[in-house]
Ligand binder design. Structure first.
Ligand code: PMP
Length: 371
């Protein structure tokens, strides 16, 4: 099988699994307990916090460990809510773990604004400028789109938000953390979501970076762990495996390698005039459509040829995928024809080239059948 759905999840590093096992079977103690072996676990947890802060380029702020990006995003959005006439702003490109929270806020009577996307998949910065005001409580713009790989200029977003309001800026960094080089202090985000299984760590563990922990309110009440923002005994094995995965990754080297993979595939696909490529910044994600061929039918045919791709974000319905591509102004028939190909830095160029040939073969065959 050639696995080209890495934006959905990645294979865990063996070394991460070894760390998982160590903290599940040997150093299994509750980090909140008073005795010495437990204090050692607490220290390991704090080291993991420092590793993530360092990788984020954060000189201040805290890491709140969570069960993954969905929880981190919910904490950032719902935890920012305050009584009174506040307004909330969301880009149309957000993942369902933010977009559906926005819909829920709206249902509960909050004033919610949605920012359209530009044709290249980036958020419309002019629309942001128009909508932010002193009543804005929160702005959410993701770092890299999980659908298209488009990179939003978060620094620019932050400058607009901070000049016009005292609002918090939350950034979903799931497809950017450990994939591109950046510093959170430079970006100016107040909170930032990461998820371990997108960078060869385990599923069900992630984190929320918060510049000022007092800016959020907890959604989960209990023992007061994680700076009182996320009660419950921490998933220590998962967190230590996430730390290990993080340390294994050379962001710059992987970026370069993945860029070569993406451009090799793009070159093969471009030889066929029926392929439309969505140009984007991230080397990890490539969204394409083949004229006249249904994306889902193509993805299924590719599966039979041993190539796994996605028709959009795997954790969203097809409708959600359409929402993002449609708000970029893509034609309906192109949206229906879209597939998402996503890489990891550890696959070979041969694999990618073979997948490219199979995509053209399957799509060409389906095109003649008109399906
Ligand atoms: N945000 C983005 C941008 C994502 O791509 C995903 C995973 N598809 C999530 C959030 C949700 O991640 P998790 O599975 O860790 O909840």
């Amino acid at each position: 099988m050639i696995y080209l759905d890495n934006a959905s999840t990645t294979k865990m590093f063996e070394s991460a699994l070894r760390q998982y096992q160590k903290y599940a079977c040997q150093l299994f103690y509750n980090p909140s307990a008073f005795y010495r072996p437990a204090r050692e676990v607490k220290k390991a947890l704090d080291d993991a916090r420092q590793t993530l802060l360092k990788r984020l380029g954060a000189k201040q702020g805290d890491i709140i460990f969570t069960s993954g990006a969905t929880e981190s995003n919910n904490l950032a959005v719902q935890g920012s809510r305050r009584n009174g006439k506040w307004e909330y702003v969301f880009s149309m490109g957000e993942h369902p773990s933010i977009f559906n929270v926005a819909k829920e806020l709206e249902r509960q009577g909050c004033t919610v604004h949605y920012l359209p996307l530009q044709e290249n998949g980036e958020v419309d910065y002019n629309a942001l400028e128009k909508v932010v005001n002193e009543k804005t409580r929160l702005v959410c713009v993701m770092h890299i789109s999980n659908e298209t790989g488009a990179l939003n200029d978060i620094k620019k977003v932050s400058q607009i938000v901070k000049t016009k309001s005292k609002a918090l800026l939350h950034v979903d960094g799931v497809q950017a953390f450990n994939k591109i080089e950046f510093s959170i202090d430079d970006l100016g985000a107040d909170s930032y979501t990461i998820s371990a299984h997108k960078f060869h760590g385990p599923k069900g563990v992630g984190a929320l970076y918060v510049r000022n922990p007092n800016s959020l309110k907890s959604l989960v009440f209990g023992g007061g762990q994680e700076n009182d923002l996320r009660s419950g005994t921490e998933n220590v094995p998962g967190i230590m495996a996430m730390k290990e995965a993080c340390e294994q990754i050379d962001v710059a080297k992987n970026f370069e390698k993945t860029q070569r993979l993406k451009s090799a595939l793009t070159q093969i696909l471009c030889d066929d005039g029926n392929v439309k490529i969505v140009q984007s910044f991230s080397p990890y994600i490539l969204s394409i459509s083949y004229r006249g061929v249904n994306g889902e039918t193509l993805a299924r045919a590719l599966q039979d040829e041993g190539v796994l791709v996605s028709t959009g974000s795997a954790c969203s319905t097809k409708k959600a995928g359409n929402r993002i591509l449609e708000s970029m102004g893509m034609k309906k028939e192109e949206v229906v024809s879209s597939i998402r190909i996503s890489f990891n830095a550890y696959m070979s160029q041969e694999e990618v080239e073979e997948a490219g040939r199979k995509i053209l073969l399957c799509a060409g065959r389906l095109a003649t059948l008109n399906v």
